[in-house]
Design a protein around this ligand. Structure first.
Ligand code: HEM
Ligand SMILES: CC(C)=CCC/C(C)=C/CC/C(C)=C/COP(=O)(O)OP(=O)(O)O
Length: 303
């Protein structure tokens, strides 16, 4: 039987691609995934259309927050190699369009969540957008090397939102997942910041690696991995998951701690050769996808 050629997806017009880029779609994939997992593990039956709407609201809210982040910090994005080609610093879009897009998307996502799902989920979504934009981007990012420790909480909310969308309340398990992402963020980000340190230094952003130096940042990334691992494994002994998740969590966290130890005690000085940091950063993303994914399998298996 002859197979039809696979059609290339239709290309978005250039302007739309820039709006798409404002939402930081690659980061969004993990945000949406953790939100979806929060919804799937909740002890409630939710109509698929409502479930889809909840995830859409999380995606739109996170996209709005990412847009407003870029609207506010176009000046520092212009100074960093990694970010200077974004739509605003590259001059492909005017600031007002980005602001309208970000505010519109954010307001729409919260209102839709409130009407279609419930007020608890809508309120947490609103808090996470404000947290990322106001607390992290406007207040902390340019002021303190603790910026991502506190501000990182914004990215930890989606699992809680997914659970709340399905149940109308919060509970211990999604709070543990919130804490897991909260404690995961410092090693995730500091591993990356070590090999793009010169970018942050050039932009005058007081990231830990710029202010406290390479050695202290490596050690802190390692230290945060311990409470993260404890929180990640906790659902098993607490009876909130079965052994599928429990055993996987032990293995995933041992690997995380191993990579973080190599970073913590690494003497490598050349940014071009920061192999351990690159591995920890890459693994941090795989780790979160796997932890959440396996938790869903476990909860569905034992339910
Ligand atoms: C304040 C906290 C955080 C900071 C400062 C941070 C920073 C970064 C940066 C600078 C990158 C580099 C690549 C890029 O610009 O796209 C990155 C990549 C990434 N981050 Fe984070 N991150 C944080 C929290 C999170 C959270 C909470 C998630 C999701 C749960 C996440 C998911 C990802 C993913 C999936 C990538 C890889 C994107 C790619 O493939 O390019 N990050 N992060
Ligand atoms: C539901 C909801 C609102 C969730 C928010 C999720 C979210 C977008 C979390 C922030 C994660 C992130 C990519 C931070 C980037 O830091 P940065 O902005 O300092 O990175 P940059 O240097 O790449 O701009």
């Amino acid at each position: 039987m002859a197979t039809a050629p696979i059609q290339a997806p239709p290309q978005l017009p250039a302007e739309w691609q820039d709006f798409w880029a404002l939402t930081k779609p690659r980061v969004l994939s993990l945000v949406v995934f953790t939100g979806l997992c929060g919804l799937l593990i909740a002890p409630a039956h939710i109509h698929p259309v409502l479930g889809f709407t909840a995830i859409l609201c999380i995606a739109l809210g996170a996209g709005a927050a990412a847009t407003l982040n870029q609207w506010y910090e176009a000046d520092i994005d212009a100074k960093m190699k990694r970010t200077r080609n974004r739509p605003l610093p590259a001059g492909r879009m005017d600031r007002q369009s980005a602001l309208h897009f970000g505010v519109g998307l954010g307001v729409f996502s919260v209102i839709l969540m409130g009407f279609a799902l419930n007020l608890v989920a809508a309120a947490i979504l609103a808090v996470s957008i404000l947290f990322y934009v106001v607390i992290y981007t406007v207040w902390l990012k340019r002021r303190t090397p603790q910026n991502i420790v506190i501000g990182g909480a914004a990215g930890a909310f989606p699992a809680l939102i997914g659970w709340a969308a399905a149940t109308g309340h919060v509970a211990l398990l999604p709070v543990l997942l919130f804490l897991l992402v909260f404690l995961w963020t410092p090693p995730h980000f500091w591993a990356l910041s070590l090999f793009v340190n010169s970018d942050y230094a050039a932009a005058g952003v007081p990231m830990m690696s710029v202010v406290a130096g390479t050695k202290a940042t490596r050690l802190q990334a390692f230290l945060y991995s311990w409470p993260m691992a404890a929180v990640a494994i906790a659902p098993w002994p607490l009876g909130l998951s079965g052994p599928i998740y429990g055993v996987a969590a032990v293995l995933l966290n041992l690997a995380f701690l191993g990579l973080a130890a190599r970073v913590g005690f690494s003497r490598e000085a050349d940014p071009a050769l920061m192999k351990a940091e690159r591995q920890l950063f890459g693994y941090s993303i795989l780790y979160l996808f796997a932890s959440f994914g396996i938790l869903v399998v476990d909860r569905l298996w034992y339910s």
